[in-house]
Design a protein around this ligand. Structure first.
Ligand SMILES: Cc1cc2nc3c(=O)[nH]c(=O)nc-3n(C[C@H](O)[C@H](O)[C@H](O)COP(=O)(O)O)c2cc1C
Length: 412
């Protein structure tokens, strides 16, 4: 019987010592040149010592013109690999895989970067939609360039000492935009049928696969559903997992997007997700159908819930927020202590502000650990105010850096 303490050997040959995975959390801790620094190392030293079987980094951008946030780390051909090597080794013997991502159309207008998407479909956030630019529909040359960027970043991650990459195809970023029939309105071979909409993800996986050595890990993070009427759904997820075949080590299942904040407990199709392990019932339908190990992430805060996820047939249990609050939780769960942390909560009624405030509270906690402080999670609204100030500073620096590189600067 599989328990959280059971080891797992993956397709690429890596053996994970247990089934608890620290899921990706965008650290927003990039220093100048969008490089990591000692704050990220400090944070990953804590997670490395915390007992998880695998640590997945926050998303790292493959194109420095396209950032989800101005504090995001970028790894491309111009990056200095030295700080990335230090990051890769910070977690000691615990394997660390880099999540790699392209935000596509989810770039805020003020960041003044390149917004690409399958079609010119802007993010729909009602009155707040104008925060996002109308994206440039990608040409086939743009598509080829993005495939190459994912592969280059994966090879650089390997050179820096990371054990694998997780390709981010969830949460409404570029690869998930291609998968979505609501965002992808193309009528060429990259749009229309699910097979065509999945083509970009499959090509990215192939390109990475072709360029890394055999023992290097490759995972994909996929939505179990977008939770939008007419969007990518659980049956689509099942077919995409089938097509990924045995080229990946595992598929992590999550859900939602910036338009449908399923990971914060609210969805655009009005289903509420207040329960623990809130994607379990839905994503559980894929267990048994998938040839690759599946990982479930979302709402896991107690060892008993992680066990329930494994009992349901998932190979791995992904934990994000709770491991920001207490990086040592896996060690305690493995020792049989059903320790739990309460998630940060906000009473603000506007759901977008509430979600942003809760996310800011978690980001603030990552920054506190990175700065060597163990201050507790701040009240979300206070955290949001502090977060906005920090973001302005990072944005000013990003703009300064890019102003000196006028060749790549694209205003949208
Ligand atoms: C501060 C923060 C940053 C996040 N950044 C990422 C990210 O970079 N990539 C990603 O795939 N998911 C990201 N997520 C989503 C988590 O990986 C996870 O899917 C979600 O938070 C639900 O899991 P949880 O309930 O354990 O937090 C982030 C979540 C938080 C709270």
């Amino acid at each position: 019987m599989v328990s959280v303490a059971s080891p797992l050997t993956l397709r690429s040959g890596t053996t994970l010592q247990n089934r608890i995975v620290k899921a990706a959390m965008e650290e927003q801790l990039a220093a100048g040149g969008q490089q990591p620094d000692e704050r990220i190392e400090r944070l990953y030293r804590r997670w490395g010592a915390g007992g998880a079987g695998l640590v997945i980094t926050g998303h790292v951008m493959v194109d420095r013109r396209a950032l989800a946030q101005p504090g995001d780390v970028v790894l491309d051909g111009t990056s200095d690999l030295v700080p990335f090597r230090r990051w890769a080794s910070a977690s000691g013997t615990t394997p660390v895989w880099m999540q790699i991502n392209h935000p596509g159309r989810v770039v805020l207008r003020d960041t003044g970067v390149l917004a690409l998407a399958p079609s010119a479909t802007r993010v729909d956030l009602g009155a707040l939609s104008s925060l996002y630019p109308t994206p440039k529909p990608m040409t086939v040359a743009d598509i080829d360039e993005v495939i190459g960027q994912f592969a280059t970043t994966a090879v650089l991650a390997q050179d820096a000492g990371f054990g694998g990459v997780e390709i981010h195809a969830a949460h409404g970023y570029l690869l998930s935009q291609f998968l979505s029939p609501l965002v992808n309105r193309r009528d060429d071979e990259w749009g229309g049928s699910l097979r065509n909409r999945a083509r970009l993800l499959l090509r990215v996986v192939d390109a990475v696969h072709a360029r890394v050595r055999p023992g290097f890990g490759i995972a994909v993070k996929l939505n179990s559903a977008d939770f939008q009427r007419g969007g990518f759904d659980i049956d689509d997820a099942g077919r995409v997992i089938e097509w990924l075949g045995d080229r990946v080590d595992f598929v992590e299942l999550s859900g939602g997007s910036v338009e449908s904040l399923a990971t914060s407990g609210h969805t655009a199709d009005d289903r509420t997700l207040e329960r623990e392990a809130y994607f379990l019932d839905l994503a559980g339908r894929l267990v048994g159908r998938a040839a690759v190990p599946l990982m479930l992430t979302g709402g896991i805060r107690r060892g008993a819930i992680a066990e329930r996820v494994l009992d349901r047939g998932f190979a791995l249990a992904g934990v994000a927020t709770a491991l920001a609050q207490d990086p040592e939780l896996p060690r305690r769960w493995l020792a049989g202590d059903d320790a739990e942390v309460a998630p940060p909560r906000s009473v603000v009624r506007a759901k977008l502000v509430r979600a942003a405030a809760v996310q800011a509270a978690v980001t603030g906690r990552l920054h506190a650990i990175g700065c060597g402080k163990d201050s507790p999670t701040r009240p979300p609204i206070l955290a949001l105010v502090i977060d906005r100030r920090r973001r302005s500073r990072q944005l000013a620096r990003y703009r300064r850096d890019n102003a000196t590189d006028a060749g790549t600067r694209v205003d949208v």
